[in-house]
Design a protein around this ligand. Structure first.
Ligand code: 2DT
Length: 185
C-alpha cells in the first residue's frame, strides 16, 4: 500500500510568541481531523548533543559560538533519520523551531556571523512544506512580562533575532506564513 508523505510544518518566532501553545493546537486539530500527526521540538534536549546544548542554554556551561551553532545543527541532523521515517509513513510533523532559529539566533550575536556561514551546516535538511512565523507586537511582548533566565532571553537580543528572521522571510524558496499574535491566542 502506498501512502502520501506526511507534511513537515515548522513554527518559528521570537521567544514568548506562543510557539509551543500553537504547536499543540495544530497537532490537536490535525489529529481531530483524522490525520496522523506528531510534534517535534528543536533543540531536542534529551540526546547527548541536546544535553550539551541544554547546559549551555541554562548558563551552566560556556561553549564557543561557532561550536554551539554546529551543535544545534548536529542536533537536527541526528534526528533526520527519524523525521524521514515518520514522513514516509505518512505522519505529519509539527516542529517547534528548526534551522531558521539556528540562523536567526547565531547571526544576531554581536560577533557578526554571516547568514551564509550560519545556513551552511543545515543545507540538505528535510525541507518544510510550510513555515509559520508567529510575530509578537512589542506591546503584546511587554504584556507577557519578564523573560526567563535562559541565555538569549533579553529584549535587546530578541529584537536582533526578530530582524534576522525578517531577512530570512525574504527567501522565496521557503513557504512562509506570518501570523500576528494577539491576546488570548
Ligand atoms: P526553546 O526555548 O524553544 O527550547 O529554545 N536556538 C534554537 C538556537 O540558538 N539555535 C537553534 O538552532 C535552535 C533550534 C532559541 C531554546 C533557545 O535556543 C535557541 C532559543
Amino acid at each position: 500500500m502506498t501512502c502520501r508523505r506526511g507534511a513537515l510544518i515548522v513554527l518559528e518566532g521570537v521567544d514568548k510568541a506562543g510557539k509551543t501553545t500553537q504547536c499543540n493546537k495544530l497537532v490537536q486539530a490535525l489529529q481531530d481531523s483524522g490525520r496522523q500527526t506528531e510534534m517535534m521540538k528543536f533543540p531536542e534536549r534529551t540526546t547527548k548533543i541536546g544535553q550539551l546544548i541544554n547546559s549551555y542554554l541554562e548558563n551552566k556551561s560556556n561553549l564557543e559560538d561557532h561550536t554551539v551553532h554546529l551543535l544545534f545543527s548536529a542536533n537536527r541532523w541526528e534526528l533526520v533519520p527519524l523525521m524521514k521515517e515518520k514522513l514516509e509513513q505518512g505522519i505529519n510533523l509539527v516542529v517547534d523551531r528548526y534551522a531558521f532559529s539556528g540562523v536567526a539566533f547565531t547571526s544576531a550575536k554581536p560577533q557578526g556571523f554571516s547568514l551564509e556561514w550560519c545556513m551552511n551546516p543545515d543545507m540538505g535538511l528535510p525541507k518544510p512544506d510550510l513555515v509559520m512565523f508567529l510575530q509578537l507586537s512589542p506591546s503584546e511582548a511587554a504584556q507577557r512580562g519578564q523573560f526567563g533566565t535562559e541565555r538569549y532571553e533579553t529584549t535587546v537580543f530578541q529584537k536582533a533575532v526578530q530582524q534576522k528572521f525578517e531577512l530570512l522571510m525574504k527567501d522565496p524558496s521557503v513557504k512562509w506564513q506570518v501570523r500576528i499574535q494577539h491576546s488570548n491566542h
